[in-house]
Design a protein. Structure first.
Lengths: 612, 371
């Protein structure tokens, strides 16, 4: 038994990821090169977003030996103008696999660091070369590290470290890795193109291994409002999360060691005085108002133990058994466990149980969740069948499940707070699309925030017709949290919604030159697969997508109608101009007249009204 | 030329001029209406009898298909009709010239002539269709406008005619002078039928048999005029048949292949086709179909070939036609469907080349008297 446990413990996070690298998108040289590009570019964009810096991302991929056939080693370098990383954090951020991510809800492209470290790990495995990180937080000096990752120990091994003078702040990461650009190239170029489209406030440059430069300059200079970190919504919570939240909310029973006793004596003004138990209690009572919670708990414990400070220093509290009203402690002198009964009528009893059992349910809901006010909390307690003053720490497992179920079923919570979301916004989306497609027609919409299972989300959509769009048929660009989704489009909910639309109803028949840009942002995108390339058809999301697309499609249909009418009028006028004179000519001879009839009147009448 | 024939020629010419004048007057009045509309700032329009299936009805009294009362409005304002409107205007204009200049033109000529006027007919069937429109609007056959189909039917027999067409007025001709027969064209259709010794007209479906009949001197043996219809009889041939019947008092009998198409060739001569429901005066209601009947196939033990699927389908289609609801028309269709086989006129050759003229024809001529 113990050996198995030992073995399990020995697997470091790096080793775990090393063994499961295909899950993270590093299954083969083609996919790996693409995934590595994504991870670094998205890290750069995220870093800039968080600090409100207009991003300037430079991606370079170079073959180590251009003449070798693919797959072969490449150098991948991504440079941003973000805030950089403090020198002392660089080795840990890039030389270890960090597990656990930020607690709290906020939309971001990815979990910071994890994917990038995987890329570094993959590069090291395939080429045995170190990663080079250059970071400048002040725009004056740059800390440059060359590091390897000790996979087994999950520790960075610093090979070189130097400081240089620079003129720009930002971070640059460069790795060697085995890749296949001939196969991954198209996807990477698509990725860069589509990322630029959804990030019109960024300048993105890509130097590819063949010497081509893809440069997408900034289109707008305003950044979307950054998201804020917020408390969870009751709908988006499960039993395990509640348990973790309760643990965080509880006050611990302070450890009664010498330092603690010293603090209590000091607070009671008894540092130099040894008083008997009853005297101490009296003193505490008189000073109660000014005592801290910790000290109050110690006094409460003493009231049941009936001990003075001297005796108190010889025991250790083991457990407070609230249901049986017993207090257990270990007596160092007798070397045995002892217990005393607690009088529930005592004023100290409440002090103690409140501490042990945590907040009341209503206060817990009100303080720890978004969208739950005091009134709602009371209403909910009744709905769930709990007393509002029920202490959350006293809840049994069964009660927790009941609480969790009731949270999902209660209808009166307001929908989740979308302030944790960072949609692009209608104007930037429109400007980006206009620049990219130069269309004859363009419409965008940002839907109001909605929620599925307690996770807020916002759908943004744009449609462009004609202009520079040369493809026939509908081309859909899918995004989730500003990341382009390039793979597995077949089973995606966006595609489903687009395909379900009867486009002929919107006057877009045949294979219209149409581009649709769909952006879903959420604190949790419901991906169908681990690959995170297609969004599952959650009913609420599907509905929002449908409403969005119907809205912009209606605008398209208005445009197409107008255009159709103008074209038809022109066509009619052309037909009249061609045929009416002929009719005039023929009927003149037929009627035996000398002069042709005056046809200008009807031709004038049918002249199209010039619009647009 | 004698004085008498001069007088007659003059009379003929007067008659032809009269007819031409009427037609020109009519075209002029149509043209004037269009002209006035245009000049008044109106999009010209006119109504035309509907030629849709629902408007084609069988007239028992006339014993032919005619158009019903529903009409369609053709407006030059309607852009989907503008092109065909213009085409029809051009055709009226062109027909007017033809009639004025006494020139004739074939359907194909029309198609090509249009190209000189920027009238873009896509193909001849489109121009043919516009010609039918002109017939429907004016209730006159295209021949009245000097428009004729390409000829393939011919006539032979003792018949004296006098031409009325320009340059030949009063010139006469006997139609038994040339053993290959005479093509039935505009000059023959419009010629005056003077006299004949024949007592019957035999219309026969095939050129080969026509030649045989001439060789075997059927015209003399049975005092007949022989006409090769060349399959489905063209309008001009049907006009001539009608005139021979009406003006010369000659009975008309019809000999066709022993199949459903042959039966229908006879029927069209007798009572017209749905395609020409807008025209009258093209039928010979008293004409008699004498063979080859389906019953003849068995009676004369003719060699046969199996009917195709389309033959059989045609039988079922014709069974819905009101004209096939009684008499031999109904009976023979049923026998064809029972036999599922057909026989050509040439099938008689199995029993010798002259079998058809020496055995079959006399029997049928005898039979025709009782039909």
């Amino acid at each position: 038994m113990s050996s198995i446990k030992e073995k399990f413990n020995q697997i470091s996070p790096s080793e775990f990821f090393y063994r499961n690298r295909d899950l993270a998108g590093f299954s083969n040289p083609t996919r790996s090169l693409y995934t590595a590009v994504r991870e670094f570019v998205e890290n750069g964009l995220d870093a800039c977003d968080q600090k409100g810096i207009l991003p300037d991302i430079h991606l370079t991929i170079k073959a180590v030996d251009p003449d070798k056939p693919d797959p072969k080693p490449y150098i991948l370098m991504v440079k941003d103008n973000g805030p950089g990383i403090e020198s002392k954090h660089v080795p840990l951020a890039f030389g270890t696999v960090l597990y656990g991510s930020k607690f709290g809800l906020k939309q971001a492209r990815g979990m910071f660091g994890l994917g990038a470290t995987m890329a570094i790990l993959y590069g090291q495995i395939t080429t045995n070369k170190p990663v080079t990180v250059k970071s400048s937080t002040d725009g004056k000096t740059s800390e440059e590290y060359e590091m390897l990752l000790d996979i087994q120990k999950n520790k960075p091994v610093i090979l070189k470290h130097k400081t240089k003078e620079v003129s720009k702040q930002g971070l640059s990461v460069s790795i060697f890795l085995e890749g296949d650009y001939s196969k991954a190239g198209a996807k990477i170029r698509d990725y860069v193109y589509q990322t630029s489209l959804i990030t019109p406030y960024a300048t993105i440059t890509f130097d590819d291994p063949k010497g081509e430069k893809y440069h997408y300059p900034r289109i707008i200079k305003t950044m979307p409002k950054p998201p804020t970190i917020i408390r969870p919504h009751p709908y988006g919570i499960d039993v395990e999360t509640i348990r973790r939240m309760i643990v965080e909310s509880q006050f611990e029973i302070p450890t009664i060691d010498d330092a603690m006793i010293e603090k209590v004596r000091k607070d009671l003004g008894l540092s130099k005085k040894n008083l008997a138990f009853t005297a101490i209690m009296a003193k505490a009572k008189s000073r109660w108002k000014n005592l801290s919670r910790q000290v109050r708990v110690v006094i409460a414990l003493m009231s049941f133990l009936k001990m003075d400070f001297d005796k108190l220093s010889k025991i250790r509290i083991e457990d407070i058994d609230v249901p049986n009203k017993k207090l257990f402690y270990w007596d160092f002198g007798d070397s045995q466990s002892k217990s005393v009964d607690m009088d529930p009528e005592s004023q100290y009893y409440r002090q103690l149980t409140n501490t042990v059992q945590g907040e009341t349910l209503t206060s817990f809901l009100n303080k720890r969740f978004q969208r739950v006010g005091p009134t709602t909390a009371v209403k909910f307690s009744e709905f769930a069948g709990f007393k509002p003053e029920k202490r959350i720490g006293s809840m049994s497992n069964q009660e927790l499940v009941k609480l969790s179920d009731a949270l999902q079923k209660f209808d009166d919570f307001m929908s989740p707070d979308p302030s944790c979301l960072a949609p692009l916004g209608e104007e930037p989306l429109e400007k980006g699309m206009r620049k990219f497609f130069n269309p004859d027609f363009l419409a965008v919409i940002q839907r109001n925030a909605s929620a599925y299972s307690g996770f807020p989300f916002i759908v943004e959509m744009g449609i462009a017709y004609g202009g520079d769009i040369s493809t026939r048929g509908i081309k859909v660009y899918r995004y989730a949290n500003r990341i382009p989704l390039l793979y597995d489009e077949g089973s995606d909910v966006v595609l489903k919604v687009v395909n379900d639309i009867d486009w002929s109803r919107y006057k877009a028949k045949g294979d219209p030159p149409l581009v649709i840009v769909s952006h879903i942002c959420s604190t949790r995108i419901p991906y169908k697969t681990v690959g995170k390339e297609n969004v599952a058809d959650r009913q609420e999301i599907e509905k929002e997508l449908k409403l969005a697309i119907q809205f912009i499609a209606r605008k398209l249909s208005v445009f197409m109608n107008k255009r159709g009418q103008a074209e038809a009028a022109k066509k009619r006028a052309n037909l009249y101009a061609k045929y009416i004179p002929l009719i005039a000519q023929f009927c003149t001879e037929l009627a035996g007249k000398k002069n042709e009839p005056n046809i200008q009147k009807i031709l004038q009448e049918e002249k199209p009204i010039e619009n647009e | 030329m004698s004085k008498k024939s001069d007088k007659k020629a003059a009379a003929l010419q007067k008659k032809a001029t009269e007819k031409q004048k009427n037609i020109l007057e009519m075209l002029k009045s149509h043209g004037a209406k269009i002209y006035d509309d245009l000049d008044g700032g109106q999009f010209p329009k006119f109504s035309i009898p509907s030629r849709s299936v629902s408007n084609i009805v069988y007239d028992k009294k006339l014993r032919q298909y005619i158009l019903g009362n529903s009409t369609a409005l053709r407006s030059s304002r309607n852009t989907s009709q503008l092109r065909s409107f213009t085409q029809l205007m051009w055709l009226a204009f062109f027909a007017n010239r033809l009639t004025n200049e006494k020139k004739s033109s074939t359907l194909r000529d029309i198609y090509y002539s249009s190209q000189a006027f920027e009238i873009d007919f896509e193909d001849q069937s489109e121009s043919d269709n516009i010609i039918v429109d002109l017939e429907a609007v004016t209730s006159r056959p295209r021949e009245d406008f000097h428009i004729f189909p390409e000829e393939r039917s011919s006539i032979f027999g003792d018949l004296n005619i006098e031409y009325t067409i320009p340059g030949y007025e009063g010139k006469s001709m006997n139609l038994s002078n040339h053993p290959d027969g005479y093509a039935i064209g505009p000059s023959l259709t419009t010629a005056e039928l003077v006299d004949t010794s024949a007592e019957i007209v035999i219309a026969i479906e095939k050129g080969g048999l026509f030649t045989r009949f001439v060789e075997e001197q059927i015209d003399k043996k049975f005092k007949s005029i022989i006409i090769n219809t060349g399959g489905q009889a063209p309008r001009s041939t049907r006009t001539l048949l009608k005139r021979l019947h009406d003006e010369m008092g000659l009975p008309v009998i019809i000999l066709t292949d022993g199949d459903v198409y042959g039966e229908h060739i006879a029927m069209v001569i007798k009572s017209g086709s749905a395609n020409a429901a807008h025209l009258r005066e093209l039928t010979v209601p008293d004409a008699k179909w004498v063979g080859v009947w389906a019953t003849d196939i068995e009676k004369y033990k003719l060699p046969t070939i199996p009917m195709t699927e389309s033959d059989i389908k045609r039988c079922y289609d014709l069974q819905k036609d009101p004209r096939y609801l009684d008499g031999i028309w109904k009976k023979e269709l049923e026998v064809f469907l029972r036999l599922k086989r057909k026989a050509e006129l040439e099938a008689f050759s199995k029993y010798g080349l002259t079998n058809i003229t020496e055995k079959y024809l006399p029997q049928k001529l005898e039979l025709a008297k009782s039909l």
